[in-house]
Design a protein around this ligand. Structure first.
Ligand SMILES: Cc1cc2nc3c(=O)[nH]c(=O)nc-3n(C[C@H](O)[C@H](O)[C@H](O)COP(=O)(O)O)c2cc1C
Length: 161
């Protein structure tokens, strides 16, 4: 059983798409993700699985916090942008509406559906990923009535009226 077989099988799962945002030396940074999971409601806890080769992995070890922005169907361009490994000096957020959250100061994408502002409580290294277990310190509703962006079969699809 190979990693390729696993990757192929996972293409059949449909998920929402999020932008996990952080700050690196004062600059906002974001990466596109779908491996996020609510693990507890008491206390509210969200898990994010980040590949060890992602720059976000290194950043999260320093910042100790992250914000999970759930993307709306009209944020596909943002999902594509944050999935590309642009140079750190590039302004990933050019033309994107955002503000710092109150609790952690990480970027809140104003066009997202809802955001979970999290402080890292545990890190669990598993294979080529680390599970960052975050306590949700604030939920920030933004455009909750919009349909979500969905990822399946290696591409984006949209749902809703
Ligand atoms: C729809 C989608 C979902 C993704 N989910 C994850 C994920 O859950 N974890 C992860 O480590 N990378 C995930 N990626 C890949 C990262 O977005 C990609 O490696 C990105 O370049 C990492 O950015 P960084 O190096 O600036 O941190 C996903 C990509 C796409 C397009």
């Amino acid at each position: 059983m190979t990693g390729e077989e696993h990757r192929w099988a996972m293409r059949h799962l449909a998920t929402g798409v999020v932008a996990l945002t952080t700050r690196c030396q004062g600059r906002p940074h974001a990466m596109t993700m779908n491996a996020v999971l609510s693990v507890s409601t008491d206390p509210p806890t969200l898990l994010a699985s980040v590949g060890v080769r992602a720059r976000t992995h290194e950043i999260l070890h320093h910042t100790g916090s992250y914000t999970v922005n759930v993307l709306a169907r009209d944020q596909r361009e943002q999902a594509e942008r944050f999935a590309a490994s642009a140079p750190m000096e590039a302004d990933q957020f050019a033309g994107i509406r955002w503000r710092p959250t109150l609790a952690t100061g990480n970027p809140l994408l104003l066009d997202s559906l809802v955001a979970f502002d999290c402080r890292v409580r545990r890190r669990i290294r598993l294979g080529d990923h680390t599970l960052f277990v975050g306590e949700v310190v604030e939920v920030i509703p933004a455009r909750v009535a919009e349909p979500p962006l969905i990822f399946t079969g290696g591409g984006y699809v949209t749902a809703g009226p």
